[in-house]
Design a protein. Structure first.
Length: 223
């Protein structure tokens, strides 16, 4: 035999990592329901962030927002996870409608959690109220050891009014929740241009392509 007789094709060893992400992991996530995806992600996030992670943080925040009828869309990494992405993200991003009434509801939902601006000196007072939110648009907040970003406007795609018409809907903990659609998620991450945004683009594009194929194929024919 020649010197290369026992050398197997790299694809034999790399059935999942054929490209920029692991397709076997993506298939696993896509087979789950959104709540299962989120809880799977939370377990990995606890491993990455350590024991200070508040398990169930995302579900708790979403329940509070829904209970107060806040108009919002989950965006960022968590929106990708809920649609099947394999990434692990450290924060929860919420795009909220910037009407006075919705801001009032948002404050009613979250004020008891004591949000504070990230990096704000601990000895300086901060009141999370409607006036504070009306003075700005995008807020990066800490709630205990967790991170919550409230976004009135996002790169390339705008704010709530611009994205709600194309938002996808998933069921989280038994309730319908709006999440940023894959097309818009790809657009805003491309515009942001940060390494952590760009690295997830191949997987998001593959998810979008797969969704398009499934839509074109339609439901299976009945026998």
């Amino acid at each position: 035999m020649g010197a290369d007789a026992h050398v197997l094709s790299p694809a034999f060893f790399d059935l999942g990592h054929q490209g920029d992400f692991d397709r076997t992991l993506l298939n696993k996530m896509l087979a789950m329901r959104p709540t299962e995806r989120l809880r799977h992600h939370e377990n990995w996030r606890a491993f990455v962030k350590g024991p200070s992670t508040m398990l169930g943080f995302t579900e708790d925040v979403v329940r509070r927002l829904l209970a107060e009828n806040v108009e919002f869309v989950i965006v960022g990494g968590v929106s990708a996870v809920l649609q099947g992405a394999t990434i692990v993200t450290r924060d929860l991003d919420i795009c909220y409608r910037r009407t006075p009434e919705n801001i009032r509801r948002l404050v009613a939902a979250l004020a008891s959690l004591g949000p504070r601006p990230r990096g704000f000196p601990a000895d300086l007072p901060f009141v999370f109220d409607a006036r504070a939110l009306q003075l700005g648009s995008n807020f990066t907040l800490d709630i205990g050891h967790e991170s919550l970003d409230l976004l009135g406007d996002m790169s390339a795609i705008g704010g709530y009014e611009q994205i709600i018409g194309q938002a996808a809907e998933v069921t989280l903990a038994g309730q319908p929740v709006k999440v940023l659609g894959l097309e818009q998620l790809i657009a805003t991450k491309t515009a942001a241009g940060r390494p952590k945004d760009l690295v997830v683009l191949p997987e998001l594009k593959a998810m979008l392509e797969r969704r398009g194929r499934a839509s074109n194929e339609g439901p299976p024919a009945s026998s």
